[in-house]
Every structure is written in structure tokens, then in C-alpha cells.
Design a protein around this ligand. Structure first.
Ligand SMILES: [Zn+2]
Ligand SMILES: [Zn+2]
Length: 188
């Protein structure tokens, strides 16, 4: 994948606008983390970087469409992405006196593959690909649904209730015990 690092100290005072539409920006981490998410309509990000006192303002918009497994039936749930975001990247005064919490933050970010601020020598670089990934993760719904009235799977036989009905009756007790009811004891 191309390098999307922007040297923050070289931004003009009025800021700079970036357009990002390289599928690899999202496809690489999706594959890396083994996420069940298919890009249906190309993801695009517009990002504006504005230098400010002590850091840089990150403003942008992300759009596209992905397919995620439905939270109820596990079929594909088409999910539109249309998110505006505004964030701030704080620049440490000097690499030597970075407060401990900043170090911890960047460590935990690295774990999640979203280390946005990288130093090339003394020059702080903002990785726009990491920003795109982070904002994409924030834009995903917590519980995607294939349709708002998805009937889900039958807890007993597993049939997709959107496609067919089954003969399981609703009043056979606690569905969480269904798995035990299906167990066969060895014959003596
Ligand atoms: Zn569903
Ligand atoms: Zn059933």
C-alpha cells in the first residue's frame, strides 16, 4: 500500500485537503484482523488538516457501503457509511518530555493497529490511512441488521425465520436449554 504519511510541520497555515479512495487503506486492515466485512461501494474519505496551537485539527467525511453479518440472522447486512468527523492530534512539545499518558495512549493505539502519529526522525507524521481506518471503525454500527424487522434464527432448529417457518412451538420452555434437550444419553 502507498504511504499516506503527512509531515505535520510542513502544512501551510490555511491547512490542506486530502482525498483518499485507495481500497487498500481499508482492505488491508480488514484482512489483517480477519473481519467479516465486504466493501460493496468504494469507501472514500475527504480529510482536511489544519495546523493549530499545539497540534493539528483533523476534519473529514467518510462514505461508502459495506456488508456485515446481520446481528440476528448472520446474512449480509448492507450498511451505508456516511460519517463526518472532527478530531485533534496533539503534538508533544519535545520527544523527551512526552507525558506518560501519551506514551500509554500510543501503545494502546499500536495494539489496535491505529498508530496515527509517527515520528520520522524529529518530524511528526500523521498517517492518514490510520485516520481513515479509525474513523471507519467508529462509523460501523454496533449491531448491524439485514433489515429493521429481521426475524432472526430459530433458537431451537436454527432455521432462518425470514426465509421459512419451522415447527418448533414457542412454548417449549427456555430456548437456552434447547441444546441440552437435543443431547442423547448413551444407552446402558
Ligand atoms: Zn437478519
Ligand atoms: Zn425452529
Amino acid at each position: 500500500m502507498q504511504n499516506y504519511r503527512v509531515p505535520l510541520l510542513e502544512l501551510p497555515p490555511e491547512g490542506r485537503q486530502f482525498q483518499l479512495a485507495d481500497a487498500a487503506i481499508w482492505q488491508s486492515p480488514l484482512a489483517e484482523f480477519g473481519m467479516d466485512c465486504r466493501i460493496v461501494q468504494p469507501l472514500r474519505a475527504e480529510i482536511q488538516l489544519i495546523p493549530t496551537e499545539g497540534g493539528c485539527l483533523i476534519r473529514g467525511h467518510l462514505s461508502g457501503q459495506v456488508a456485515l453479518p446481520c446481528n440476528r440472522c448472520a446474512e449480509e447486512a448492507l450498511t451505508g457509511i456516511d460519517a463526518s468527523f472532527e478530531d485533534f492530534e496533539e503534538l508533544p512539545d519535545a520527544a523527551q518530555d512526552r507525558p506518560p499518558h501519551l506514551l500509554q495512549d500510543s501503545e494502546s493505539q499500536a495494539l489496535h493497529g491505529t498508530e496515527r502519529l509517527i515520528f520520522e526522525g524529529a518530524s511528526p507524521m500523521l498517517d492518514l490511512a490510520a485516520v481513515c481506518w479509525e474513523e471507519f471503525m467508529l462509523a460501523l454500527p454496533v449491531s448491524p441488521l439485514c433489515k429493521t424487522d429481521c426475524k432472526g434464527l430459530c433458537p431451537r432448529c436454527g432455521v432462518n425465520r425470514n426465509q421459512s417457518s419451522c415447527n418448533c412451538s414457542e412454548d417449549e420452555g427456555d430456548p437456552r436449554l434447547a441444546v441440552l434437550r437435543g443431547l442423547k444419553l448413551p444407552r446402558q
